[in-house]
Design a protein around this ligand. Structure first.
Ligand code: PHB
Length: 397
C-alpha cells in the first residue's frame, strides 16, 4: 500500500464526519475518526504460544495509559495465529493487509515467519512493528523506513556471552540450537564473541524446529566433555531442554549457558533444574528501576502472570507506537512524520531507557543474569549500550 491508498482508506473509514478531503491532514478533529486497525500476527498455538500471548497482552497494557487509543483514535485488534509457520508467513501478512485493511502489522515471535512479514511490509509500505523476532535481515539488508523492532537482533543477546564464557576460563564449548534463522544467528553471535578471544567451538549441534527430543544429543555432549555448553532455545522447547539437561546428569559437570530466552517465561516449568544457569539478555526480572517495578505489578494484576521479556518487548512496542501516533495525532497517512517521531523516541522501558539505531533496532544494555530462586536476577552488565552492527542496512536515519 502506498501513502495515497492508505490516505484514501483512512478517509473512507472516517466517513462523513470529516466532510471533503479538503478537511486536510493532520488537523481533523479527534473523536470523529475511524479506528486504527492493528493486525496481530503472533503464534497463539505451538511451542511459542505463550510468547505470542505475552507480546499481545503487554501491547494492550501499554495502550491503556492512553485510554486504549493511539494518537487519540480508538484501536481495533485483528488477531491471526501464525503457528510459527514460515511457509504461511507472506500469505498471512497479506491477508491482514488486503482483506482486513490493517493500518499496522504487528508481529511476530519466529524469525522465519517475520521474514514473510518483512517482504509484504516492504511491498505494501505498511508499518511493521516487530515485538520479538530477531531476524538480522529485518534491521540489516532488508531494513526499511516502515519496519521497526522493539526487541533485539538475534546477534545482540548472545554476543556478549562470548566474553563472559571466555573470562570464566572456558575454552572448548559445544553449541546447540534449533536449525532455523534465530538459532543459527544466535549461535553466530556467541561464536563471534567467543572465538575472537581465542575460544573454540568443538561441535555445533542443530535439531529441526520445533523438535524436543534431545536425549541423543545430550549423550553426545556428555561424551565430548566440553568446558561448557551454549544454547538457543525458547518457549516450550526451552522448558524441556533445561529439564532434560539436568535429568541427563550434565548440570553439575558441564555448565549450561544460554541466550536469556532459555529461562524466560518458563522458570516455573523448569523448577530446580534451572537454578544457577547463566544467560545474557536485554532484561532481568529484578532490575531496580521504578518503571520495571510498576510494569511487573501492572502486568501481574492485569493478566495474573509474571512478566517476562516477551511482555516487556510488547509493552515497549506499544510505547513506541504511542509516541509516533501522538506526534501525528493519529493520522496514519502522515508516514514520514510518524516514522520520524518513532525514530526520535526515547522509550522508558522496564529494561531501562533505550533509543533506536538508524536501522530501527534498540540500542540496549545486555545484562548477565543468573537464575536464583526461580527468578532471572541481574548480576552485571555484560555489554553496555550494544547496537546491532546492522550489516547491509542502507537507512541513514
Ligand atoms: C526468533 O525466532 O527470532 C526468536 C524466537 C523466540 C525467541 C527469540 C527469538 O525467544
Amino acid at each position: 500500500m502506498n501513502i495515497k491508498t492508505s490516505r484514501r482508506k483512512f478517509l473512507q473509514g472516517t466517513g462523513a464526519a470529516l466532510g471533503a478531503a479538503a478537511t486536510g491532514f493532520p488537523t481533523f478533529a479527534i473523536g470523529q475518526t475511524a479506528k486504527i486497525k492493528i493486525g496481530i500476527m503472533m503464534p497463539f498455538t505451538g511451542t511459542y504460544a505463550q510468547l505470542g500471548e505475552a507480546g499481545f497482552n503487554a501491547l494492550k497494557l501499554a495502550l491503556t495509559a492512553s485510554g486504549g487509543k493511539l494518537g487519540g483514535r480508538d484501536v481495533e485488534y485483528i488477531t491471526l495465529d501464525d503457528e510459527s509457520n514460515p511457509a504461511r508467513g507472506p500469505a498471512n501478512a497479506e491477508k491482514l493487509i488486503k482483506e482486513s485493511n490493517v493500518d499496522i502489522l504487528y508481529g511476530t515471535v519466529h524469525s522465519g515467519v517475520v521474514m514473510g512479514m518483512v517482504k509484504i511490509a516492504r511491498e505494501t509500505g505498511t508499518l511493521l512493528m516487530i515485538p520479538n523476532a530477531g531476524a538480522g535481515a529485518a534491521t540489516g539488508p532488508l531494513c526499511a523506513p516502515n519496519i521497526f523492532r522493539s526487541s533485539f537482533s538475534n546477534w545482540q543477546p548472545p554476543f556478549p556471552m562470548g566474553k563472559v564464557a571466555y573470562d570464566k576460563g572456558y575454552r572448548n564449548v559445544v553449541t546447540m540450537t534449533w536449525k532455523y534463522g534465530a538459532g543459527e544467528e544466535a549461535i553466530g553471535g556467541f561464536t563471534e564473541g567467543f572465538t575472537a578471544l581465542g575460544g573454540k567451538i568443538v561441535k555445533e549441534i542443530m535439531v529441526p524446529f520445533p523438535d524436543v527430543e534431545f536425549q541423543a544429543n545430550l549423550a553426545e555432549i556428555a561424551s565430548l566433555k566440553p568446558d561448557a555448553v551454549f544454547v538457543f532455545f525458547a518457549g516450550g522447547g526451552a522448558a524441556k531442554y533445561v529439564k532434560d539437561y539436568a535429568a541427563a546428569g550434565l548440570r553439575k559437570s558441564i555448565p549450561l549457558l544460554g541466550s536469556g530466552f532459555l529461562t524466560e517465561g518458563v522458570l516455573q516449568a523448569q523448577g530446580e533444574a534451572a537454578e544457577g544457569i547463566l544467560t545474557t539478555l536485554h532484561y532481568a526480572d529484578n532490575l531496580d528501576l521504578p518503571t520495571n517495578k510498576k510494569f511487573r505489578a501492572d502486568y501481574k494484576k492485569a493478566f495474573n502472570k509474571e512478566a517476562d521479556i516477551y511482555a516487556v518487548q510488547g509493552y515497549d512496542a506499544g510505547l513506541l507506537l504511542a509516541a509516533g501516533f501522538k506526534a501525528v495525532k493519529g493520522d496514519t497517512g502522515a508516514k514520514a512524520e510518524l516514522y520520524k517521531a518513532m525514530e526520535a523516541a526515547t522509550i522508558d522501558s522496564p529494561r531501562g531507557k533505550f533509543t533506536l539505531s538508524k536501522a530501527h533496532n534498540p540500542i540496549q544494555d545486555i545484562y548477565l543474569r543468573e537464575v536464583r530462586k526461580g527468578q532471572n536476577e541481574v548480576i552485571g552488565v555484560a555489554h553496555k549500550a550494544l547496537a546491532d552492527p546492522a550489516r547491509g542496512c542502507k537507512l541513514t536515519g
